[in-house]
Design a binder for this molecule. Structure first.
Ligand SMILES: *Cc1c(COP(=O)(O)O)cnc(C)c1O
Length: 393
């Protein structure tokens, strides 16, 4: 009897200890969170993760165990990296990046959306780029540490997120065109505002014939840094012509839709199918948001999700279209304009709905996904709790 009481007391004590465990730092005072857009805002977060490991030549893909998971070793003040001008990353673009977000939930806890997916994607890219892949648990642990160390920079509930940017680069010296002898894994972060302030707004895309971002057999399915700068010029031209973003067409035929900027593309058709371009040719980035929407569309919206080739012309019969990615979550697409290579405006424009308001499924999916990510939709957040990584204080 006595022993039982003692155990019960110890158990209650443990419960009490959990309830009273230290909470995350509150959002930093005197910060105008509402003023933040989506971008590197004018604040300096406190800590970054930095781990440099030596790569044994010929054993790049086996070198995974070299990465540290120690906060003492890898959490350092945010600062510049020192690199030799001969570093492989600078000369040959041996570089990968990731992007994910941490949100403060209503109860003050902090949640990260599916970080293991980003870890798996970076590990795949690392194998292709001859960098030692980071084991998933080390990746998630590092992300977790960076969030905890910068908890005061996680905006208040509903006012944005802490955006995390992991980098994996070949930082060793060398002149020959060959993989690096050193790998640097770094994670920095920055608070970002909500992409949409006061309601979803549809964007206008322009598909530019003759421009493609990825070809079969290339590295389009990898979040490789070198995939992005080649689109800067066409992006600028498209914006100068009054559109928001480039809609990339396939390299082989120029007739199929691939993705838009750094986000995946979906179209909703009157027969209840929701189509996103297939990953089969490895020209499309396998987005975590894309995969999540694919699941939600079937399980929660009664739609039939399909991955296949999506011809530009088919969009004429679509009811709704949207882009998706970690940054904006879901961005409704109001119209797609088709331009020739020289940018000569043609008069071909495909408009969805009234060209301005988000379609009903787009809006529904947006609220579902953000409701899960921020925990504001209690029921769905519970159902999809396996998508949420809670950062322990
Ligand atoms: C990052 C990215 C996406 C979106 O991926 P998420 O994992 O959903 O953020 C889509 N397309 C490209 C080209 C990207 O770089």
């Amino acid at each position: 009897m006595h022993a039982f009481h003692l155990i019960a007391f110890a158990w209650l004590g443990a419960l009490h200890a959990v309830a009273a465990s230290p909470a995350h730092a509150n959002p930093r005072a005197n910060v105008d969170w509402e003023s933040f857009g989506f971008g590197l805002n004018d604040v300096r977060t406190d800590k970054m993760w930095l781990d440099r490991v030596t790569v044994e030549v010929g054993k790049e893909n086996e070198g995974a165990s070299a990465y540290s998971s120690s906060e003492d070793e890898c959490l350092v003040p945010l600062g510049n990296l020192e690199l030799s001008p001969t570093a492989t990353v600078l000369n040959y673009g041996q570089a990968l990046f990731e992007g994910l977000k941490a949100c403060r939930r209503e109860d003050g806890s902090i949640a990260i959306f599916r970080p293991e997916k980003n870890g798996e994607r970076m590990a795949k890219g690392a194998a292709r780029f001859f960098l030692p892949p980071i084991p998933s648990d080390v990746f998630v642990g590092a992300v977790d540490s960076v969030v905890r160390a910068n908890a005061q920079w996680v905006p208040p509930h509903g006012k944005g997120a802490l955006y995390l940017r992991p980098l994996l680069i070949g930082s060793g010296e060398g002149l020959g065109v060959k993989p690096s002898t050193e790998s640097t894994f770094c994670i920095y972060c920055s608070p970002v505002g909500n992409y949409f302030k006061g309601g979803l707004k549809a964007i206008r895309l322009q598909a530019v014939r003759g421009f493609s971002r990825a070809a079969p057999g290339g590295a389009g399915s990898i979040k490789a840094s070198g995939n992005y700068a080649p689109a800067f010029l066409v992006q600028r031209q498209v914006r100068q012509r009054g559109f928001d973003e480039v809609l990339c067409l396939d390299a082989l035929t120029g007739q199929a839709v691939e993705e838009a900027g750094a986000s995946n593309f979906f179209a909703v058709f009157p027969d209840g199918t929701i189509v996103t371009p297939s990953l089969q040719e490895e020209t499309i980035l396998p987005g975590v948001t894309r995969a999540s929407i694919f699941e939600l569309a079937a399980a929660e919206c009664g739609l039939k999700p399909v991955q296949r080739r999506l011809a530009l012309e088919e969009l004429r019969s679509a009811k709704e279209a949207f882009c998706c990615g970690t940054g904006a979550c879901i961005t409704p697409v109001g119209s797609v304009h088709i331009a020739d290579c020289g940018g000569e405006p043609s008069d071909q424009e495909i408009v969805f709905g009234d060209g301005e308001s988000p379609g009903p499924m787009t809006e529904k999916l947006y609220h579902m996904l953000t409701g899960i990510q921020t925990g504001s939709n209690k029921e769905l957040a519970e159902k999809y709790s396996h998508w949420i990584h809670v950062v322990e204080p």
